[in-house]
Design a binder for this molecule. Structure first.
Ligand code: GDP
Ligand code: MG
Length: 436
């Protein structure tokens, strides 16, 4: 058996199971990454505890090592939280009416131009942009400049201070000029206030848009959550647009907003230019929030540390002749935790052939475990105590016979000797063996 275990360790160490220790270590790093990305503290905490549950229940029946598997679980869970698949824009209705909402400076006017350009070039739509920001003459001018840039007509009514009327007239105009999409740009305030909410709500009721989009600056972090909630309470919007996701903004707001209003994020803005628009992809966003490169290396480092500590601990014990049955049992449990041995081994590239002639059977461990469990703590840590009468007692207690106890003792002895021998070859070699 020592031979079998030796081989099993060699193959499996690098592909070990996910343990409490490396999960805790890893999740600490993940939580830090989320907070760095400006994800709400509570959401980050909930997220890590969900991931923990999933991770501990995972069989490592893949060719990923535990570090990689953790990263995968974290990324998948984050992707799922942000909506799984990307959600498109609803283009039904003739014309399709799209209403922009959001605070002043969030990027509504810029995004209106980007979306007009996107629908015109990617979906071959005839688009009309409508200026309903009636309070600042500069706002209408800005929309006109944007419209010119993308070659889309802009509808505005100088002197008319009633945005509901303008929106309704614009839709009539769109129908009579054969447009199939109307994008309504609205006025925002610097903060949520009643008047703004009343106005956007009135426009919303009057034009019954197919798509009401909430535009939010991804750099506003925590505030974005409250704003999103306020707008959603009034408009029950259809989707979110995250702007200013250029530079090194990590975009934690995406996760927070999605968790609070449970509406899909549909587009992201990644720059001031009209081409800087992207359909939102939850998986890419997950990578961005995690700063994937960072987390991958952090997770791997945590994993290495764990392996090295464990190897060092065992190495020390062997050096002091303290490697006992408890350590032996731990190793067996480690192996068992990984699930069905044959399946597992079969999935490791190259290992299938190597292990072909090795009969690994989960049941094989049962007797061993029973025997070790029947030993007293003293016997486990100092196997030389185990004399003939103790063997008899252990056999009886474990439902085995003395012959089997003897066999295990012999195997254990061989294994300890082998380990000691390897240690003579230098600590490095031992570490390598333990790590696989
Ligand atoms: P509005 O008040 O909601 O209409 O916001 P604007 O469209 O006027 O945008 C406010 C500012 O943000 C402008 O200076 C835009 O150029 C800038 N902006 C909008 N979207 C983005 C973006 O995705 N990236 C960057 N870097 N700037 C943006
Ligand atoms: Mg504007």
């Amino acid at each position: 058996l020592s031979d079998k275990l030796d081989k099993a360790f060699h193959v499996l160490k690098g592909h070990g199971s996910i343990t409490e220790i490396n999960v805790a270590e890893t999740l600490k790093e993940v939580r830090r990454a989320l907070l760095d990305a400006d994800v709400n503290f509570k959401i980050a905490k909930n997220f890590t505890s969900t991931v923990k549950e999933k991770a501990l229940g995972q069989d490592v029946l893949t060719t990923l090592n535990p570090g990689q598997l953790m990263v995968k679980i974290v990324k998948d869970e984050l992707t799922e939280l942000m909506g799984g698949d990307s959600v498109g824009i609803n283009l039904k209705g003739s014309p399709t009416v799209i209403l922009m909402s959001g605070l002043q400076g969030s990027g509504k006017t810029t995004f209106s131009g980007k979306l007009a350009n996107f629908l015109k070039t990617k979906k071959s739509k005839q688009v009309l942009l409508v200026g309903c920001d009636v309070y600042r003459p500069a706002a209408i001018n800005q929309l006109k400049v944007v419209g010119e840039q993308v070659g889309v007509e802009v509808y505005a009514e100088e002197g008319n201070m009633n945005p509901v009327e303008i929106a309704q007239n614009a839709i009539k105009h769109a129908k009579s000029t054969g447009k199939n999409v109307v994008i309504i740009d609205t006025a925002g305030r610097l903060a949520v206030d009643e008047e703004m909410m009343k106005e956007i709500s009135n426009i919303h009721k009057a034009v019954e848009p197919q798509e009401t989009l909430f535009v939010v600056d991804s750099m506003t972090g925590q505030d974005a959550v409250n704003t999103a909630k306020a707008f959603n309470d009034i408009l029950n919007f259809d989707g979110v647009v995250l702007t200013k996701l250029d530079g090194d903004t990590r975009g934690g707001a995406a996760l927070s907003i999605k968790s609070v209003v449970n509406k899909p994020i549909k587009f992201i803005g990644t720059g001031e230019k009209m081409e800087a628009i992207d359909v939102f992809h939850p998986d890419r966003m997950a990578e961005r929030i995690l700063g994937m490169g960072d987390v991958v290396s952090l997770v791997e480092r945590a994993q290495e540390q764990y392996d090295e500590e464990e190897a060092r601990r065992i190495q020390k014990k062997i050096a002091k002749n303290q490697f006992g049955f408890d350590d032996f049992l731990k190793q067996i449990q480690q192996i068992k935790k990984m699930g069905n041995m044959k399946d597992l081994v079969g999935m490791i590239p190259g290992a299938g052939k190597m292990m072909k002639d090795v009969d690994i059977d989960d049941d094989a461990f049962k007797g061993i475990e029973a025997i070790i469990h029947s030993m007293t703590p003293a016997e486990r840590s100092t196997p030389s105590l185990i004399n003939a009468s103790r063997k008899k007692r252990i056999a009886k207690g474990s439902g085995t016979n003395v012959q089997e106890v003897n066999q295990l003792m012999k195997q254990f002895d061989q294994m300890s000797k082998m380990m000691k021998m390897m240690q003579g070859g230098g600590g490095k070699k031992m570490m390598q063996m333990m790590k696989g």
